[in-house]
Design a protein around this ligand. Structure first.
Ligand SMILES: Nc1ncnc2c1ncn2[C@@H]1O[C@H](COP(=O)(O)OP(=O)(O)OP(=O)(O)O)[C@@H](O)[C@H]1O
Ligand SMILES: [Mg+2]
Length: 286
């Protein structure tokens, strides 16, 4: 067995959370369109003389969980910053659902359905879990929910809050202040608040960082369930988790893609083995 395969030991499936998919039927039609929902075409980013991302050609297909992995400093967060338009590429194009968004301001990118978790979901510590979800639903860019709070439709808001609480296993915590939540539940609230904005593509940068084992499993199940109806692009160092929930994996090293494919393919790739074992900067966790 290649060394990296043992690094990426496949974990047992702890059971997905079906509620998100079951309650979220609005996106099932578009799920069948197997075209890239998000693309980077020839994207390069230089910081002064240092090339952090080099001629990146990344295709993210609609639906499922796509992991972006690589050693520390490979450029993963920089790629997220480029995709969400937080930073401007030195060269190349970013395409969202067939539309060139390379010069679009970040708030318009979010409005078009490409949402980075922390960007939207910073929780209000003194408000309850329900109140946090309500605020996320009422954010001005959540077009589908703009009518909320206008009397007749108030019932829909309450129903959607209840759905999200159920989907993210937060019903028992509905009246807890966000600041009092256990860490894993707080991460679930961040995901629920992001989902409330009705994204097409959700970008998660190290979503299980700092979580204990049980919380990692719970959050992984939530992400997998989100991938059943939306598209998730996720940076993650926990390889057993990546092997369990990501249908596709892109491996970045020194700002360039060295492998792309399913777990079995990338874990056998000699360059991936070298990237993870040869650099001494490995941060794969189990
Ligand atoms: N604003 C910046 N100015 C200069 N260099 C930067 C800037 N942002 C990132 N870099 C450099 O670009 C490289 C890629 O950084 P990035 O944070 O994207 O890596 P990463 O893959 O997310 O790493 P990690 O796994 O540690 O989070 C690093 O060498 C980093 O020092
Ligand atoms: Mg990073």
């Amino acid at each position: 067995m290649p060394a990296v395969a043992s690094l990426m030991t496949r974990a047992e499936n702890g059971g997905a959370t079906p509620a998100i998919a079951a309650q979220d039927k609005r996106h099932t039609r578009t799920m069948s369109e197997n075209v890239p929902v998000l693309e980077a075409r020839g994207v390069t980013k230089s910081f002064g003389g240092f090339v952090a991302v080099q001629n990146l050609n990344l295709e993210v297909n609609r639906g499922g969980v796509h992991a972006l992995i690589g050693p520390n400093g490979a450029g993963k967060t920089t790629v997220f910053n480029l995709l969400t338009r937080f930073i401007q590429p030195t060269a190349g194009q970013i395409i969202l659902m067939g539309e060139d968004i390379t010069t679009l301001a970040p708030e318009f990118v979010a409005r078009r359905g490409l949402v980075r978790s922390f960007q939207i979901s910073a929780t209000f510590e003194k408000l309850t879990v329900s109140q946090n979800i309500r605020i996320a639903l009422q954010r001005p860019h959540v077009d589908a929910w703009r009518f909320l709070g206008t009397g007749a439709d108030r019932g829909k808001t309450e129903a959607r809050i209840a759905e999200l609480l159920t989907s993210f296993d937060l019903t028992a915590y509905a009246n807890w202040r966000a600041g009092d939540l256990p860490y894993g539940r707080k991460r679930a609230l961040e995901l629920a608040a992001t989902m409330a904005t009705d994204p097409q593509v959700m970008l998660l940068d190290e979503p299980t960082q700092g979580l204990g084992f049980e919380d990692v499993e719970r959050v992984a199940d939530l992400i997998k369930a989100i991938g059943a109806t939306r598209t998730v692009l996720m940076v993650e160092h926990n390889m057993s988790l990546v092997s369990r929930i990501a249908g596709r994996i892109t491996v970045l090293r020194s700002g360039a893609i060295i492998a792309d494919g399913d777990y079995a393919t990338v874990s056998r790739d000699p360059q991936v083995v070298e990237a993870y074992l040869g650099s001494g900067r490995r941060r794969a966790r189990h």
